[in-house]
Design a protein around this ligand. Sequence first.
Ligand code: MG
Length: 170
Amino acid sequence: MLDRKVVELLNQQVTKELYSAYLYLDMANYYKDVSLDGFYNWYKIQAMEERDHAMLFMEYLQQNGERVVLEAIDKPDKEFNEFIDPLKAGAEHERYVTSLIHDIYAAAYEVRDFRTMQFLDWFVKEQAEEEDNADTMVSRFELFGSDAKGLYMLDSELAGRVYTAPSLTL
Ligand code: MG
C-alpha cells in the first residue's frame, strides 16, 4: 500500500507527462507549418517519449494496486514567433518536469517508500538527459540556426532521429 500523498503525486504526473506530449506535439506542428520537417520529426518523437512516460507512471500505480484517475490535459499555450522559441520553451519545460520528479521523490523519501524511489531513479537520470538534450538544441541553434545553410543541415540531422521505447521496464 502506497502513501496517499505519493499516490496523488504519481497520479498527477500521468497528466503532466501527457501535457508534455501535447506541448511537444504543438511544437512539432509549428515546425511542420514552416516546413522544418527535421525539427517536426524530432518533436514528434519527443511527444511519443512523453506518452511513454505517462504510461510508465500509470502502470506503476496499477502494479501497486492503485486506481488511476485521468485528469484534464491543459491546452498548450506557448507563443512561437521565431524558430528558436520552441527550443527555449522545451528547455524551460524540462527543468520544470525535473522539479516535479524531485517533488515525488522527496515525498517517497519522507515515508521511506524505497520502491517508489527506485522506480523514480530512472526518471531522475532521464531528466538529466532531457535537460542536456534541450540545452544542446538551443546552443546548436544559436551557433548554426541563423544561417540558411546551417539551418538546413541542422534540420536534415534532426530528421534522422528515430523512436526507441524507454529502457525502463516494470
Ligand atoms: Mg517526461
